[in-house]
Each structure stands twice: as structure tokens, then as C-alpha cells.
Write a protein that binds this ligand. Structure first.
Ligand code: GLA
Length: 689
């Protein structure tokens, strides 16, 4: 990464010297040098120390540690400290604390307790950012700004009076007239008609199913509020220190706001990663999140946080056994990270996170974890060439936050329940099946490509996707203006487009398209859908291919859902074998200009996904690699040089056949040809010689 004009892999973590006496700082620097740390994140939760009261700012302690780090050639990613406001501020301005859906204002006593729309909070962060940027402008340690911390982590939904007023203003700007709003929200249903803007409350829990358009607009409004909150600090910092790059660290799960909207205000995208070491398939979870953050700016990203060993917030927090931390660090690098950073440098002695692992554990420098940290630092210091290289994908998956929020409850992901009462509580709006999840569908398609080691970009639905060979839009429930034209042009010019069941059902206001679902996608797909059949838990149907695609099995199973569709111009490649709609299409292919559009009316079993993705890769000339179970291959490129990362996520040795050619293993320094043996959790980075 060229941050600070240095080509290197960034190595370090969150550092909280304020939790320790200054004698410990000397020891920290010594250990950081030993571990090859070249950047630390400072100041993240230190607001109360930086501003002890409304009129006083004190940077002395931070100056001292910034100077010490500079003298030791360790860069600083400087946190603006705004994620945990001081007690005095919350007491003075009670409106800063956010209000939960049940109307309860949260008490002071944790972090992320602020309301995203509180004018007093916004004024305070603006001032703090201004003071910090002015104070540290030109400091030689300052390499990167880190605004706030994990937006929306705890406070994604607020229902306070400030939010209500701001929502009314937002709606007025969006709809212009109250009549327009009533029409767009369909308020004639259940007598919900609003006569003035002031009548519109926040969509808190009511007696039963709520107006989906109102819910979605509230979610969109809060999502935009987080962006404008970020801009509150970003604009000040940008103006004062125009040459210092700016980022904010996102959580790995993206449902709380639309992350892609930050695109124009990030110099580098950064993410926090906490896969569960207790889950053997965790690396698949990670691969998707790595692809998402890389795709946001379509360039290398920063792994801003991971755990050296266990976290403290899963129900049971599994340890990372020897070599797993190293393997997952390389997995992040493989997918486009230019850094390996941790939460946190030194394990806390007190406070809420004292049982969370760190680079320097409670046991100190003679520990297994610190030894592994030092060994990894030493390796990374030699891998400078990789920095700045990127993963190039020919396949894109489109992520649409509006479809996500319309399918899964916008108020709480994963809350859907088969229990009827819980269903009504957690589903702010009724939906045909709790078994359907937008994000799970997207994940399912991602995994099918990932299983064949085909790189995939996960981009927002409104990104330009014309350069890809294959574009997949799983469960694209909502189709917004402009998409029909973009997808038709893409296919017309030779692209492959794939979408699935229950897609093209609603417009941007959640109004259902008439005369056949798939709505604006009917022409490009050559299909229309008459009705849908959500399958009961455990029930399945059969996709009957019957020899229509060479190399495919005669039948495959399918679950969750069956659309009852009619092909218009599309060719039917498979039909359902069961139910009153047996014989109706479940897989279609439509020639449209130079390209083809596929529609899949159900959730096919993994065997179909494997064969279908393999078929797409073979027919479109996309490189695919079938490797032994648990082995992942990702390639990064820079200036025509390729870095092939082979990662063994299995607990046993794996043997891999290499493609033709001679390779240098950058980690072992050995030459490889023909085959490669990877130890349990082993890694090889091969480059052609
Ligand atoms: C998040 C936060 C960190 C820390 C870690 C613990 O990622 O950003 O401050 O709390 O979780 O896993």
C-alpha cells in the first residue's frame, strides 16, 4: 500500500497507550520493533481524555506517544475518537443518547450510544475533528485518518424526536407533496393516510404488520444519516490535512447501512474481520466479506482489525490454534488487503474487553501468540512487492441494499422465526417465507464461484458492471429505474446475466409489478412469473434437466421456493418435476443480442450450482480451479506479475497439482514445479519464474 508513499504491507493494530502507565509505552515500542509493526491506530476511544470539558482540549499525552512512534519509524492511523462520547457531553445534552424502538433512551455507560442525527453530537464531533486535524497537521507520524469506529454497530436504529424531525424533512425533500408521499407509500391501505408532514412518526413497533415503504424509507434515511455523519468529520479533516488519506473501519456485516454510498469519500476502504475460529467453514464467510470490501473501491483495502486469537463476544469464544491467525492473515492479503492489523496491540487489564485476545497477551512477550505475531511480522516485511497488487474478477455479484431490506426485515437481520408470534414481532412487514433470506442467497451464489476458485467482485447494483463477463443478481427483489436498460445493454453486448426466484417483483416504492413478476426483467430473460410457491421447511422439488445441457445430471434437487413461470422467448433448460406446476420452467436461457440471460426459479442444491458455475466458466473462458477440499487459491496481479496464494484451510496436509510452469514460493524461498504440498493451515505464495 502506498500510504505514506511507502510500498509495504501495513502491520500493527489498535493501540491504547492511555490504558497504561508511560513506562509501559517504552516496552511497547521495543516489542513493536521486535514484531515488525509499522503502523498503529491511536486515539480511537480517547475523547474524554482529549477534551475533559466543553472548552478544554489537551493533547499532551497523545503528542508524547505520537513523537515516540515517529522517532521509531512507526506510522499512526489516527482515530478521531468520536465513537465514544464523554460522560459530561451526554449529561449536558441528553438528546445525544439514542432511543430504541420501544421508546427507551439508552443510558450512558458504553460506546456507540449516540444518536446519528443529534445536532449536539454533530456539533461536538465537528469541533473535535477540527481541533485534532489542526493540532496534528504536518506531524510526521500521521499517515492515515480513521474516522469514528464501526458506524451503526450498536446504534443503527434510533427513534428519537431529532430523528423524527429529520425524517420528516428528508421525506419532504424526497416527495415534495404529502399527496405524492401517500401515493408512493400506498397509505390508502389500512387507512394510513397522512395529512401533513408533522403527522409522520418514526415507524416504531405497532400492532402488527407495518407499511413496508415507510419502513424502507426510514432505513434509507438512517443509512444516509450515517454517511452525512461521516462527512461531518471528513469535510473538516480533508480541508485541514488534504494530503492525508482518510478511512473509517466498517464491520464485516453490511446490513445496517449502505456501505457502497461511502465510495466517493474513502481514500482506502477498511474492514474489521472476526470469523469464528470454531466454524470450520469460516474461511468461506471471510472470502465473501473480503471480496465485498475490495469491490467497494475496486482496489486494495486495509484489514483494520482481526483477533490475534479469540474474541469475547461469540457465545463460546474458540481460540485460534497455532498457525490459524497466520493463515487468515494471508487469506486477507490474498483477497486484496495491503495490511494485517489487529484489535488490539496489548490486551486490556480492565474494561469490557479484557478477555479479548491481543498481539501482546496478558502473559506477555514469552507467549505463543506473541511469538506467532513476531514470526508473521518478519515474513510480511519481506513481501513488499505484493502491496498494491489487486485481484481481477470477471464475475460480479450485484448487491442491492433495498432488496436486502425489503426481503429480510430492515429492523433486525436473522430475527426471522418460524414461531408465529416472533415472526410478527421481527418481521416489520409480512413476507411469504421466513426461509428466504436475501443475503443468504447472495452468499450461496458467491460460494458456488468461490468453490471453483473463481474470483468475484461484489458490487452495488448501481455500479457499472459492463466490464464483467458474468453478472449475477441473486434474489433481486426490487428493480429500480435504470437497471432494465443497464442489464439489457450488458447482455446485448455479449454479457451473461443470471437472476433467481422472487426477483423483479417490486419497484423502488415496494409497489408490485403487474402482469407477471420479473417485471422489467421479463424481456431480457424471456420469462414471466405467474405465482410463487414457498416450500415448507424440509420440502423439496426436482429440477428435471433430461439431457438438455451436456454434462449435467438428469435431475437435481431444489428447496425453499418455486416460481411458477412461463417462458416467452427463452429456451427452457429444466422443468419442475413435482406439484401441479410440474413441467413449468425452473431454468431458462434467453439469447438477447450477443449475450444470454439465465433465470433460476428455485434454490437449486449445491450439485447443480457446481455444474452450472463450471459450465459458465467453461463456455465463457473463465479460469476455474478444482482443488482438494479446504484449499483456496486467489491470485493478485501488479504490473503483469502474478502472486498465486494457495491457502490450506483443512486440518490435514493437502497435495495440489500446479499449472504448467516454474514458480518461486515467496514464503519458503524454494522453487516449485508440478505439485505442491501444503501443511495443515499451510500457505504458499507462488510467483512465476
Ligand atoms: C470491533 C471494534 C473494536 C473491538 C473489536 C472486538 O471490531 O471496532 O473496538 O471492540 O470489535 O472484537
Amino acid at each position: 500500500m502506498l500510504i505514506g508513499n511507502k510500498r509495504r504491507i501495513i502491520y500493527g493494530g489498535d493501540y491504547f497507550p492511555e490504558q497504561w502507565p508511560e513506562e509501559t509505552w517504552q516496552e511497547d515500542i521495543r516489542l513493536m520493533k521486535q514484531a515488525h509493526v509499522n503502523m498503529v491506530s491511536l486515539g480511537i476511544f480517547s475523547w474524554a481524555l482529549l477534551q475533559p470539558d466543553e472548552d478544554t482540549f489537551t493533547f499532551d499525552w497523545l503528542d508524547r506517544i505520537m513523537d515516540m512512534l515517529a522517532a521509531n519509524d512507526i506510522d499512526v492511523c489516527l482515530g478521531t475518537a468520536t465513537a465514544a462520547q464523554p460522560n459530561w457531553l451526554s449529561r449536558k445534552y441528553a438528546d445525544i443518547l439514542f432511543v430504541r424502538e420501544n421508546g427507551q433512551r439508552v443510558a450512558y455507560g458504553s460506546r456507540q450510544s449516540y444518536c446519528v442525527n443529534s445536532p449536539n453530537y454533530r456539533k461536538a464531533i465537528h469541533r473535535l475533528a477540527e481541533e485534532m486535524a489542526t493540532h496534528y497537521k504536518g506531524h510526521s507520524a500521521l499517515a492515515l485518518w480513521h474516522i469514528n469506529n464501526e458506524y451503526a454497530n450498536k446504534n443503527s436504529m434510533c427513534f428519537c424526536e431529532n430523528c423524527e424531525k429529520a425524517f420528516q424533512k428528508w421525506l419532504r425533500e424526497k416527495y415534495g407533496t404529502i399527496e405524492n408521499l401517500n401515493e408512493s407509500w400506498g397509505t390508502v391501505f389500512w387507512s394510513e393516510i397522512y395529512r401533513s408532514w408533522e403527522e409522520i412518526n418514526t415507524p416504531q413497533v405497532s400492532a402488527g404488520g407495518r407499511n413496508g415503504t415507510k419502513l424502507l424509507d426510514y432505513k434509507r434515511f438512517l443509512s444516509e444519516s450515517f454517511l452525512s455523519l461521516y462527512q461531518e468529520e471528513y469535510n473538516v479533516i480533508r480541508a485541514i490535512t488534504p494530503d492525508v488519506p482518510v478511512t473509517t473501519n466498517f464491520e464485516a456485516d453490511w446490513g445496517k447501512f449502505d456501505h457502497y454510498k461511502f465510495r466517493d469519500y474513502l481514500d482506502v476502504a477498511s474492514l474489521n474481520f472476526y470469523p469464528d475460529p470454531g466454524n470450520p467453514a469460516a474461511y468461506k464467510w471471510s472470502a465473501l466479506r473480503h471480496s465485498m470490501i475490495r469491490s467497494l473501491l475496486q482496489k486494495p483495502f486495509i484489514l483494520m482489525e482481526q483477533a490475534a486469537s479469540q474474541v469475547d463476544w461469540y457465545p463460546v469464544n474458540a481460540i485460534k490454534p497455532p498457525d490459524l491467525m497466520r493463515l487468515w492473515s494471508y487469506q486477507a492479503l490474498a483477497h486484496g488487503s495491503d495490511s494485517v492489523m489487529f484489535f488490539q496491540w496489548r490486551a486490556s487489564k480492565q474494561g469490557a474487553e479484557k478477555y479479548h485476545s491481543a498481539m501482546v497477551p496478558h502473559y506477555g512477550e514469552k507467549s505463543r501468540v506473541f511469538r506467532e505475531i513476531c514470526a508473521l511480522g518478519e515474513e510480511l516485511a519481506k513481501l513488499t512487492d505484493i502491496a498494491g497488487s489487486n485481484v481481477e474478477a470477471e464475475v460480479a455479484i450485484l448487491l442491492d441494499n433495498d432488496s436486502w431490506w425489503s426481503v429480510d426485515s430492515p429492523y433486525g437481520f436473522g430475527l426471522k422465526s418460524l414461531d408465529n408470534e416472533l415472526f410478527w414481532m421481527s418481521n416489520a412487514q409480512p413476507f411469504p417465507s421466513v426461509l428466504v433470506s436475501y443475503f443468504a442467497e447472495l452468499e450461496y451464489y458467491y460460494e458456488a464461484f468461490h468453490a471453483l476458485n473463481i474470483p468475484v467482485d461484489v458490487i452495488a447494483v448501481d455500479y457499472d458492471f459492463s466490464k464483467y463477463k458474468v453478472v449475477v443478481a441473486p434474489l433481486l427483489h426490487m428493480v429500480k429505474p435504470g437497471f432494465k436498460q443497464a442489464v439489457e445493454e450488458f447482455v446485448h453486448r455479449g454479457g451473461i446475466f443470471i437472476t433467481t426466484y422472487f426477483s423483479g417483483v417490486i419497484d423502488e416504492n415496494i409497489a408490485v409489478f403487474q402482469k407477471g413478476y420479473l417485471g422489467p426483467l421479463k424481456e431480457v430473460l424471456g420469462v414471466k412469473v405467474e405465482e410463487f410457491n414457498p416450500l415448507l421447511p424440509g420440502a423439496s422439488n426436482v429440477m428435471n434437466i433430461g439431457g438438455k445441457i451436456e454434462g449435467f445430471a438428469a435431475t437435481y434437487g431444489c428447496t425453499i421456493w418455486c416460481d411458477v413461470a412461463h417462458a416467452t422467448t427463452a429456451k427452457t433448460l429444466a422443468t419442475f418435476a413435482q406439484g401441479f406446476y410440474a413441467g413449468s420452467p425452473c431454468l431458462t436461457e434467453n439469447h438477447f443480442g450477443e449475450g444470454k440471460a439465465y433465470y433460476i426459479a428455485t434454490r437449486p442444491d449445491p450439485e447443480f450450482m457446481r455444474d452450472f458455475v463450471g459450465y459458465l466458466a467453461a463456455t465463457r473462458g473463465i479460469e476455474a480451479h478444482e482443488l482438494p477440499q479446504g484449499v483456496e487459491l486467489v491470485t493478485r496481479l501488479r504490473d503483469n506479475r502474478k502472486f498465486h496464494f494457495y491457502l490450506n484451510h483443512a486440518k490435514e496436509k493437502r497435495h495440489v497439482t500446479l499449472p504448467h510452469g516454474r514458480f518461486l514460493d515467496l514464503l519458503s524461498g524454494e522453487n516449485r514445479e508440478g505439485a505442491l504440498t501444503l501443511d495443515r493451515y499451510g500457505v504458499s505464495i507462488l510467483t512465476e519464474v
